[in-house]
Ligand binder design. Structure first.
Ligand code: KIV
Length: 256
């Protein structure tokens, strides 16, 4: 069966693009019902679902499992599944891993990195697998880089980011995630490319924005990134509901 083409996916994304992560059936279904345009089965699940300090322990099997759950909950949104660390170290591995995520229900895959990933993006595109690029801060490299750092502050780094964005577009990427980079650099990339730029910590002038679901709904109160705006208080609602249930059980049992 043919997978969705990059052009058909682009046609489903209208500026301003609203995108969010989801990792399971209920969260994906709720996001889809709320009218989100793109759902990313992000490897951030290693942190906000599995409780690890970063995304580097997420495997392809984890991503396949969560992509299947998300697929069952989504009728409209474009589903992009993250290729996790170590699943695309060679061009052949990228294509084989890409097929697994597409068979699990992805409409496209996302991989991290710029100029070093062009051949893989071309190979995936040739294999009929649509690719979303991801440049700027790359969470899969957090250990190598020794922490999270905003990108594009130095002129050379900014130029490399713009060049990477253009090359990813030429290689066939249908959209680009711009993570944690100087806003002016994200604006330059948005102006220099014809595919949707979807920012997170990259200023307001991208073609759209993406956020981690748990940051939006207040579902992970132990760490909230500085750029996140919290719109809900799921953690509090959950604690209150479970406390009320605990009290109910105690009351019922002491009445016996
Ligand atoms: O895994 C993820 O959630 C992501 C977003 C931060 C863009 O890659």
């Amino acid at each position: 069966m043919a997978y969705p083409s990059p052009s058909s996916l682009r046609a489903r994304l209208h500026s301003p693009v609203s995108a969010i992560t989801a990792y399971d059936y209920p969260s994906a279904r709720l996001c889809d019902e709320a009218g989100i345009q793109m759902i990313l089965v992000g490897d951030s699940l290693g942190m906000v679902v599995a409780g690890h300090p970063d995304t580097t322990s997420v495997t392809l099997d984890h991503m396949v499992y969560h992509t299947e759950m998300v697929r069952r909950g989504v009728k409209r949104a474009v589903i992009v599944a993250d290729l996790p660390i170590h699943s695309y170290e060679t061009t052949e591995a990228a294509v084989a891993s890409g097929h697994r995520l597409m068979e699990a229900g992805g409409d496209a895959v996302k991989l991290e990195g710029g100029l070093g990933q062009i051949k893989k993006v071309e190979a995936l595109t040739e294999a009929g697998i649509a690719v979303c690029g991801h440049i700027g801060m790359l969470p899969q490299r957090v250990l190598e880089e020794g922490g999270y750092r905003k990108k594009g502050k130095l002129k050379e780094e900014a130029e490399r980011l713009v060049m990477a964005a253009k090359s990813l577009e030429e290689a066939g990427a249908f959209a680009l995630v711009l993570e944690s980079m100087v806003a002016e650099v994200a604006t330059r990339i948005t102006e220099a490319t014809g595919i949707p730029t979807i920012g997170i910590g990259a200023g307001e002038d991208c073609d759209g924005q993406i956020r981690v679901l748990h940051d939006v709904i207040g579902g992970y109160p132990w760490f909230v990134p500085p750029f996140a705006k919290v719109y809900g208080n799921t953690a509090e609602v959950t604690r209150e509901a479970v406390s009320a249930y605990v009290e109910d059980v105690q009351r019922q049992n002491s009445a016996h």
